[in-house]
Design a protein around this ligand. Structure first.
Ligand code: MN
Length: 194
């Protein structure tokens, strides 16, 4: 199994080596990550300048740094390696929980894998005792971690609000019976005018 490892903390983060070591028990590992920290870059991609990569030394691993974002790294890494079975992102030094899923570059690397047809998993861990501004509601990922649990949240790319879409379709496409009645009414009014 080919496992591509990335992150948003940068190629020299200790977290990425820890993840690569763990992943190497399950398959062939390659590391590709930003050359500098790209935390909170979300799913940004580089489109206005050339993207460059170079081989770097990270223990025994086949590793590359990229002058781009986490999403760039995964797209480039999957393209260069050919078939990739799994992309692992992290281990981020800081939690990617709650609302941070919207700006996390760590999570974006896993999302980029999904966009390209592979499985992606993002990992993060707490490295600070500093408390969020608001308390965590029971049952959420933040609540679980605050109570010393590991939180695993399955996510998907489709953000469509299906309920709202159904309501909009019902307004723009009324049932056939109502449409027939409306046409009949128009016909009668025309007859009256004559
Ligand atoms: Mn980070």
């Amino acid at each position: 199994m080919r496992i591509l490892i990335s992150n948003d903390d940068g190629i020299y983060s200790p977290g990425i080596v820890s993840l690569a070591k763990a992943a190497s028990r399950f398959g062939e590992v390659r590391i590709i990550a930003p050359d500098v920290e790209q935390s909170s870059m979300s799913h940004a991609i580089t489109s206005s300048r050339p993207l460059r990569f170079k081989r770097v030394h990270r223990l025994e691993f086949d590793a590359y740094s990229v002058n781009g974002t986490p999403a760039d790294c995964v797209a480039l890494g999957m393209h260069r390696w050919g078939h990739v079975d799994l992309v692992l992102s992290g281990i981020n030094l800081g939690l990617n929980l709650g609302n941070s899923c919207w700006h996390s570059g760590t999570l974006a690397a896993a999302k980029q894998a999904a966009l390209l047809g592979a499985r992606g998993i993002a990992f993060s861990t707490n490295v600070s005792d500093n408390t969020p501004l608001e308390g965590a509601a029971k049952g959420t990922d933040r609540w679980a971690v605050e109570h010393n649990w590991v939180s695993i949240t399955p996510l998907r790319l489709d953000l469509t609000d299906e309920a709202d879409l159904s309501r909009a379709l019902a307004v723009s496409n009324p049932p056939a019976a109502k449409a027939t009645k409306k046409r009949t009414s128009v016909g009668r009014s025309r007859k009256r005018r004559r």
